[in-house]
Design a protein. Structure first.
Length: 270
């Protein structure tokens, strides 16, 4: 029986006691974990994980590792960010190998920078392990290229709410509306109506294609295609739920040909 290639042993870095690794778990599918992320899961004494980390990924943790939930979800009781940072510092000072596991990438709207600065201030050794962010992985699983040379030479990532939970007021929405052919919004469902109105007022077309990708790369993934002018009403009518990313721009039209996941589900060749 033919066998596939065997991976050679890799020289992966030591996960030292008393250190913290800030690791991106990707958008959901465990197959999108990096080798470094898997290595960290298999070595960590404590895994401090976010709400958006898929439960299947936690099953890869070392037997006996403590699983410490530190999720932050909008509108729900959540630990304060300083408390999470203090927890990481305390665990590291107790001599543990601490894995801070975040959905997506820790440095893309993930508060990884805040936690890394706290660790640096406390003189705790740390490592950053990037992950696939939802705007890349989620769109790919929906059949939407983040960039396509016939459509866009730029893409802009935007957070849909500020630290106070409201629409970010410090953004120049008119510049964003006209600055990139493709926009990708994180955490925007709650304020989608207000954001759409600001973008349209800034010069974006109301008939601009929009895709809302909910629970991207997981078995529960849903994709809603609409337009910027109708997006908020269509989301409300569909019952689509967060976490979700919102893609705006002509690249959304390519999904009609590139929905490889839908083709697989239908039994066709991708």
């Amino acid at each position: 029986m033919a066998r596939g290639p065997v991976l050679l042993p890799l020289e992966l870095p030591d996960f030292a006691a008393g250190s913290v690794w800030l690791v991106g778990a990707g958008p959901g599918d465990p197959g999108l974990l990096s080798l470094l992320a898997l290595h960290a899961l298999q070595q960590a004494d404590t895994v401090v994980y976010d709400a958006l980390v898929d439960p299947r990924i936690l099953e890869l943790a070392r037997p006996g590792a403590a699983l410490d939930y530190a999720g932050k979800r909008g509108g729900k009781p959540s630990p304060l960010q300083p408390d999470i940072s203090d927890r990481l510092i305390r665990l590291a000072r107790a001599g543990q190998r601490v894995l801070r596991l975040k959905g997506g990438d820790p440095f893309v709207f993930g508060r990884g920078g805040e936690e890394a600065l706290a660790l640096a201030g406390a003189r705790i050794p740390f490592r950053i392990v990037p992950g696939i962010t939802a705007a890349i992985g989620g769109l790919a699983y929906a059949g939407i290229p983040a960039t396509h040379r016939d459509i866009n030479a730029a893409v802009t990532f935007i957070t849909g709410h500020a630290s106070d939970g409201e629409v970010p007021d410090g953004l120049d929405w008119a510049a964003l509306a006209q600055g990139a052919p493709v926009l990708v919004l994180y955490m925007a469902l709650k304020h989608l109506d207000a954001i759409a109105r600001r973008l349209i007022a800034g010069g974006r077309r109301a008939d601009d294609p929009v895709a809302v990708v909910s629970k991207a790369t997981t078995p529960a993934q849903r994709v809603l295609e609409t337009t910027l002018g109708r997006a908020a009403a269509d989301v409300a009518a569909s019952g689509i739920e967060p976490p979700a990313i919102v893609a705006i721009g002509a690249a959304v039209r390519l999904r009609a040909s590139l929905d490889w996941l839908g083709a697989l589900a239908g039994g066709e060749a991708p």
